[in-house]
Ligand binder design. Structure first.
Ligand SMILES: *[C@@H]1O[C@H](CO)[C@@H](O)[C@H](O)[C@H]1NC(C)=O
Ligand SMILES: *[C@@H]1O[C@H](CO)[C@@H](O)[C@H](O)[C@H]1NC(C)=O
Ligand SMILES: *[C@@H]1O[C@H](CO)[C@@H](O)[C@H](O)[C@H]1NC(C)=O
Length: 200
């Protein structure tokens, strides 16, 4: 084992001390590992949805968890807390965020301007830290909704076109019919006159 080798070349009393030191250092190094698990690193959402930025961590002791938000307009702190204590939520996200002991946060009723990068940093008491990123896309309206509306409008237009052409055809028909009738009336009138002429 490595820690044993540390003090081999020294005198008998020093190796023991060195061995203890090596062990302590090894223990320190081991406990400095913070691990962060992010099951979903990209989230697509629509306006007004509640979004869970889900993470889980493991480390020794109670860490400090911090969430930041980055977009084209800069970096903004959202919340910082130690699990089990009250969270310090920034003014910009007051009443819009709730925190969970596993490091996750929930954003209520997101808007398009909430789109961006959410960066979590988990910092151990000894100073080591780990960070992770979740990308959030918030869109105005579902594409399928828009599609439905477009199809509906097209259908309405088609029905209207059919109705208009039907009316046009009817109009034309009735006009022709009337003209024919008038023509026939005229014809019969002249026939009658002719007949009268013949009778006379
Ligand atoms: C989110 O939307 C993008 C396109 O805007 C797509 O490429 C991606 O696969 C989507 N991700 C999820 C998790 O739905
Ligand atoms: C974190 O905790 C929340 C609330 O209990 C849960 O919904 C979520 O799935 C957890 N996340 C992970 C990665 O375990
Ligand atoms: C909460 O955060 C603000 C700004 O980051 C800071 O000034 C304040 O001291 C913090 N409060 C607590 C209780 O940590």
């Amino acid at each position: 084992m490595r820690p044993l080798r540390c003090g081999r070349r020294k005198t008998r009393s020093i190796p023991l001390g060195l061995f203890a030191l090596c062990l302590a250092a090894a223990h320190c190094l081991q406990s400095q590992g913070v691990s962060l698990y992010i099951p979903q690193s990209t989230i697509n959402a629509t306006v007004e949805e509640d979004i869970l930025l889900s993470v889980d961590y493991s480390c020794h002791g109670v860490p400090t968890i911090e969430w930041k938000y980055t977009s084209n307009w800069g970096v903004q702190k959202i919340v910082e807390w130690k699990p089990g204590t009250q969270a310090n939520i920034s003014q910009s996200h007051k009443d819009r965020v709730c925190t969970f002991d596993n490091g996750s946060i929930q954003l209520f009723s997101v808007g398009v301007r909430d789109s961006g990068y959410y960066i979590i940093t988990v910092t151990e008491r000894l100073g080591s830290s780990q960070f992770g990123t979740i990308v959030l896309h918030v869109s105005e309206i579902l594409y399928e909704d828009l599609h439905f509306v477009a199809v509906f409008l097209a259908l309405l237009a088609a029905v209207a076109a059919v109705l208009i052409s039907l009316m046009w055809v009817c109009n034309k028909c009735s006009y022709k019919f009337q003209r024919k009738r008038r023509h026939k009336l005229k014809e019969s009138a002249t026939e009658e006159i002719e007949l009268q002429d013949v009778e006379c």
